[in-house]
Design a protein around this ligand. Structure first.
Ligand code: PLP
Length: 413
């Protein structure tokens, strides 16, 4: 770590960590520079808009490392530099939400008249942005089956400028062959964008697989405590200038306290992810044996679409997966979910606590087809004791069965 005059911004705040350090060590060091801040372990939280200059010359010639709050502070620099470390990119920008990081990445490589290839397993609000604001700008989107891999090549048109992957996919968790997609895309001069929120760079490093723009909904595992909204985009050298320019032009920035919460979350990201993985595997394995369960969509299980790719490319699993339940009336689903004690009903995920969200499979997809009437429930397995979570779900599934009308064919419920 560099040393500098106490109180002054470090001359070169980003000190690359040596490759000899493992991820666990890098998480404790990344973005910190105690020598520049009187020895305090963490960078200070700078609340600020205006930055004063000592002279007219300094003001007009922008001689200082910081010019204006929106353009960066030592607090935002610390998080950006930590992300460069973890993602292995050329630069990183911070956005006020994960969704704004997704739309920023898309807009940084598309212009009117362009065509986009978008995975059908994409996070819903990104689909909405493609079908709305991008279409109005004259950018056309084609949704592709996430399992196509290199076979998406015939969908490329002369004006296809980008392919967007999200692996595993939202709600349905298909794992994509990102390396194969990147090879096809780069041979045609296209950019590759990846939403890597599920894995974080600890479990999958997109740039190492040919991705140009790597997105995290930092709201999820990076912040990790359900107390702040944040998005990140990391770019390789080819994608960095356009990303940096557009991020500045759009005036995107993150409030200082949310930056701090992300920096704080970062220090325990590895520890938390390991525990989420351990708990999720126990809970999902139990669920798989239950008669009410038709299937589990979890990349760690060998019947999940793309499981072999997950094994090849990922270092582990996080705590988010889906359960497919046999068809049942709405009252049965409500009986299951409404009285859960430990699984909260709510959107988002990645915090320390367990969550459940029911979803309607057919309405999630335009390319794939799902079994009629089946019900999907996405679970985020938190840091609670797995035995307590299983007891909660067991009681819920009992209520589910009890609320199903008696039928000849008991297996459908
Ligand atoms: C939640 C989520 C986002 C959006 O993040 P916000 O911070 O909620 O805007 C983007 N991508 C994926 C995969 C997500 O799950």
């Amino acid at each position: 770590m560099s040393t500098a005059t106490p109180g002054a911004p470090p001359a070169s705040p980003y000190t690359p960590l040596l490759d000899r350090f493992a991820d666990a060590t890098r998480l404790t060091l990344a973005g910190r520079d105690p020598g520049a801040y009187h020895g305090f372990v963490n960078p200070p939280v700078y609340h600020g808009s205006t930055v004063l200059s000592p002279t007219t010359h300094d003001l007009l010639h922008r001689t200082q490392p910081y010019i204006y709050g929106r353009r960066g502070t030592p607090t935002s620099d610390a998080l950006e530099h930590a992300l460069i470390e973890l993602e292995g990119g050329a630069g990183a920008v911070l956005c006020p939400s994960g969704l704004s990081a997704c739309t920023l990445a898309l807009l940084s490589c598309l212009t009117p008249g362009d065509h986009l290839l978008m995975t059908d397993s994409v996070y819903g609000p990104v689909r909405h942005a493609c079908d709305g604001v991008l279409r109005r700008m004259g950018i056309d989107t084609t949704y592709y089956d996430p399992l196509l891999g290199a076979a998406l090549e015939p969908l490329i048109r002369p004006r296809t400028r980008a392919v967007y992957v999200e692996s595993p996919g939202s709600y349905t968790f298909e794992v994509q062959d990102i390396g194969a997609i990147a090879r096809v895309a780069h041979a045609r001069g296209m950019s590759v964008i990846a939403d890597n929120s599920w894995a974080t760079p600890l479990l999958f490093r997109p740039h190492d697989h040919g991705v140009d723009l790597s997105i995290q909904a930092g709201t999820k595992y990076l912040v990790g405590h359900s107390d702040a909204m944040l998005g990140t985009v990391s770019a390789n050298a080819a994608a960095w200038p356009a990303l940096k320019q557009l991020h500045g032009d759009l005036g995107l920035c993150v409030g200082p306290d949310d930056l701090y919460l992300a920096l704080r979350g970062l220090r325990t990201l590895g520890l938390r992810l390991r525990q989420h993985q351990e708990n999720a595997v126990v809970v999902a394995s139990w669920l798989k044996q239950q008669p009410e369960v038709l299937g589990i969509l979890f990349p760690a299980f060998d019947d999940c679409p793309g499981h072999a790719l997950w094994k090849r490319d990922f270092k582990g699993t996080s705590g988010l997966f889906s359960v497919i339940l046999h068809a049942a009336p709405d009252e049965a689903l409500a009986a299951f979910l409404d009285s859960l004690e430990l699984f909260g009903l709510g959107y988002s995920w990645g915090g320390f606590e367990s969550l459940a969200v029911p979803f309607d499979l057919p309405s999630q997809r335009i390319v794939q087809r799902w079994p009629d009437g089946s019900i999907g429930v996405r679970l985020h397995v938190g840091l609670e004791a797995p035995a307590d979570l299983i007891a909660d779900l067991a009681a819920g599934l009992q209520r589910y069965s009890a609320a199903c009308p008696a039928r000849e064919d008991a297996a459908t419920c």
